[in-house]
Design a binder for this molecule. Structure first.
Ligand code: FAD
Length: 333
């Protein structure tokens, strides 16, 4: 375990902002967790790769950065395996492990930054697949009682970029590992997502082909957080009902929308942001990424507060222009 006192958070968040915390514990052994939790005074924040979090001020409390490692096959049959992965594993390293071993189900989730333990928090998703599609359970420790738990998929209340961990259990648990069901029969692939379908229509499909294509598309659309600070999509895509959609379309006939059930439609937040002129409205510190306006970027020396102010400006403008309230995907601290 490494303990950083009065430490800078700069290398712990992909927005690259320089806030500080009283303590940052870098924890490799789960056996050390209960001791830290029971001795910590004040607030506790569990941190993975820091790729979905914006620090806007000093964090008065203890940050626990989980770094436990391990990938273990729990059971298998001829069609599938149940695999347990430690929370501190890098998500994309785990995807690469699965693809190399010919285990299917997470190839569409290639190159999502962050750690395995954070994947259930917002039910990570990309290219037509969400974590919930292969999720079996997660294990962890309750922060108050220090009791260990295992929660099955149905307990986690997964929905679009959401779960029980962002609601009833927010700041109440640390997830130490997750179990996923991966397939061994790899003849069924999910390439329904438009870009994948177009690019792969003439290819012989395999897990590796799909993973490589997802990586290629992502690299062309998203900034690399190692050179340009960002947290991916800053806002969720808003969902509106049919009557509201009709009203907005009366003013903006070109508004794109995707039906998600009989009465509700998802609208790309990127379209609303671009239409509101934010590609041109950044400043020397903060802006939106030119290839994907849903991604707010740190142009080098932005503080967390600069980024938050810019995000709030986007929210207010979208509300005034479209009567749509955007909701952050990124956790604001
Ligand atoms: C360039 C870029 C592209 C992205 N693309 C996508 C995408 O396609 N799809 C997508 O869904 N997301 C995407 N994201 C967002 C992000 O990668 C995911 O949300 C990821 O799961 C966050 O992991 P993390 O370890 O960095 O979490 P952190 O940012 O460290 O934490 C996020 C939240 O999870 C909590 N948390 C973290 N670990 C634990 C744990 N072990 N136990 C309990 N709580 C925990 C934190 O307290 C916090 O509330 C992208 C981000 C970037 C920078």
């Amino acid at each position: 375990m490494k303990i950083n006192k009065e430490a800078s958070l700069k290398k712990f968040n992909t927005f690259n902002v320089s806030e500080t915390a009283n303590f940052i514990y870098e924890v490799e052994e789960i056996s050390e967790l209960k001791g830290i939790l029971s001795n910590s005074k004040g607030k506790i924040l569990i941190l993975g790769g820091g790729s979905n979090i914006l620090f806007t001020k000093r964090f008065e409390g203890t940050i626990i950065n989980l770094k436990n490692k391990g990938i273990k096959v729990i059971s298998e049959n001829k069609d599938s395996i149940l695999v347990e992965v430690a929370a501190g594993e890098n998500w994309n390293d785990f995807v690469i492990w699965a693809v190399e071993n010919n285990y299917g189900g997470i190839e569409n989730l290639s190159l999502i930054p962050g750690n395995v333990g954070a994947a259930p928090i917002q039910n990570i998703g990309a290219y037509g697949v969400e974590l919930k599609d292969i999720f079996y359970s997660c294990s962890g420790i309750e922060l108050d009682s220090l009791e260990e738990f295992e929660m099955k998929k149905s307990d986690c209340k997964f929905s679009y970029r959401n779960s029980i961990f962002k609601n009833e259990l927010k700041d109440k648990v640390v997830i130490t590992s997750i179990k996923l069901n991966l397939t061994k029969d790899n003849h069924h692939f999910n390439i329904d997502y438009k870009d994948l379908k177009e690019n792969l229509s003439n290819s012989e499909l395999s897990l590796k082909v799909i993973s490589d294509e997802v990586i290629k598309i992502r690299q062309s659309k998203l900034p690399d957080h190692k050179s340009v600070g960002n947290c991916g999509s800053f806002f969720k895509n808003p969902i509106v009902n049919q009557s509201k959609l009709k009203k907005i379309k009366a003013v903006y006939p070109n508004l794109p929308s995707f039906k998600i059930d009989s009465n509700n439609y998802k609208i790309p937040a990127a379209w609303l942001i671009e239409k509101s002129g934010f590609k041109e409205r950044g400043n020397k510190n903060v802006g939106v990424y030119e290839n994907q306006p849903l991604v707010i970027i740190n142009r080098g020396s932005a503080s967390g507060k600069d980024i938050l102010d810019f995000a709030n400006d986007i929210k207010e403008t979208i509300f005034n222009n479209f009567n749509i309230q955007l909701e952050e995907e990124v956790l604001i601290i």
